[in-house]
Design a protein around this ligand. Sequence first.
Ligand code: GDP
Ligand code: GDP
Length: 441
Amino acid sequence: MKPVIALVGRPNVGKSTLFNRLTGTRDAIVADYAGLTRDRHYGDGKVSGHEFIVIDTGGFEPDSDAGIFQEMAKQTRQAVAESDAVIFVVDVRAGLSAQDHDIARYLRTVGKRVLLAANKAEGMKDAPQLAEFHELGIGEPIAISSAHGQGVRSLVELALQDFTPPEDEDDEDPDGERENRPTRLAVAGRPNVGKSTLINAWLGEERLVAFDLPGTTRDAIHVPFERGGKRYELIDTAGLRRKGRVFEAIEKFSVVKTLQAIADANVVLLLIDAVEGVSDQDAHIAGYAVEAGRAIVVAINKWDAIDSYQRERLERSIESRLAFLKFAPVLHISAKRRQGLGPLWKAIDDAWSSATRKMTTPVLTRLIIEAVQFQQPQRAGAFRPKLRYAHQGGQNPPVVVIHGNALEHVTDSYKRYLEGRIREHFKLTGTPLRIEMRSSD
Ligand code: GDP
Ligand code: GDP
């Protein structure tokens, strides 16, 4: 499981700037999808081989009794509770404040690794301003500049020094064992959407053979099973507990657990409650799964509980609110009545096989050349991008690397055009597709 870092500090110290630096923009095409929430507070970070989840908090105002501030303080406490390490951000330029002291007092009680990041310290290393932050009793202040990226790498390395980065199993597959590995499946969705009902319905299917059901009693769920000759693994799904042979929902739902499960999965099944509609949280989870490059299948559960008018309205709201998920199939199911489960399995299998589709260089290159013949990329001033050849740069998600000249001038809409051609040719459904441009000049 990826370790979790929480960013804590009063407003304006530079938490979001640090968050953006740690998470970066992952994919131009994804970033371009309308409807994908950009202000989300959870992100994937990768620094010198360490992969982690980072949580940005809305600021901390412990002594104010205004509602919004209390809410922020609550959010902060939650984030800290869910994290493995905390980065406490202060502003060297503004100096110590009473709020900093309040936050420090709280952080000293949490029993986690807490690092003190003295931000906005560009051009003032070893400055006397740093010294006063010792007063906080959090340890040595570490000078960083989020805006310029200085000191950020070593800060993260310190925060995660107890976690060894895992072998990058997805990039290397020396024994060609990928095909033999089970498909790791995460069932994500809000509390009460029907996750445990669905999983129990699956496990009750005759066609599904679960291994190791009695075994582990910990909260973590990890069920290997086989269905139709294919191997799967249900990975730890937030908010569920196993009780003997059945799963039940537990009260506590943790966003971080969900994100960790998604990070660990090959395919994410996002359940949406037909009665409640698409929530912000659904959109957040979906956005995260897209950014993580996971194969995604959407299932609207409790389809039995709404009438045809509501069904139509719901479909429209999904189209608009999850517009960035256009590539994902949307199924209608009733976990309770065990309806729609066959097509759901097919969609999961199709998504996984799309995510791992092999695309050879000759076929990709021919596709790209034909696409260009059909429609040329736009000229940008004196430049006309020249697409020469393409190769596959990865799986789950599939990455297509296009080589040529002046490719930085290829517009997003042209990339979407290419994406459409590639998707159509390889019949990709249920997986994001990344296109990278590599110019040789
Ligand atoms: P947050 O409220 O803690 O999330 O703070 P923001 O990330 O929104 O940053 C607040 C302000 O500080 C913005 O104007 C940033 O541009 C600025 N800022 C953030 N990091 C740095 C930095 O490293 N150096 C300088 N000089 N300014 C920064
Ligand atoms: P979880 O918190 O996501 O695990 O949700 P549960 O599986 O515990 O289900 C929450 C509630 O929704 C329970 O009362 C279920 O009986 C109900 N439920 C689950 N699936 C369906 C369904 O397909 N249709 C209807 N009408 N109710 C359902």
